[in-house]
Design a protein. Structure first.
Length: 114
């Protein structure tokens, strides 16, 4: 399984970014998918997940700012991030949910400046 996250960058606090995760094959085969993030010196944590039927879950602290979606026709899962804060700075990864150890990609770096 090859998953490529993209769309990160440098953004000012209050700004928005939309991350994309493209699967090498049919993403619908992957089942539930998740976005995770790892800030410097911290563990990698779940940010959001989406089931094969489109049911979503955003971690409590990010609800109202982050949205996850998927387009299986495009083999892509998205993470829309609004009202970004400096504490959102992290490397963002996509993977299955629960994560597949062999499917971690390089992630995409999001840096939010104050």
């Amino acid at each position: 399984v090859q998953l490529q996250a993209s769309g990160g960058g440098l953004v000012q606090a209050g700004g928005s970014l939309k991350l994309s995760c493209t699967a090498s094959g049919n993403s619908a085969r992957f089942g539930a998918m998740g976005w995770y993030r790892q800030a410097p010196g911290k563990r990698r944590d779940l940010v959001a997940r989406i089931s094969i039927t489109g049911v979503t879950m955003i971690v409590n602290s990010l609800r109202g700012r982050f949205t996850i979606s998927r387009d299986d026709a495009e083999n892509t899962v998205y993470l829309q991030m609004n009202s970004l804060k400096p504490e959102d700075t992290a490397v963002y990864y996509c993977n299955r949910y629960p994560p597949d150890f062999n499917s971690w990609g390089q992630g995409t770096l999001v840096t939010v400046s104050s």
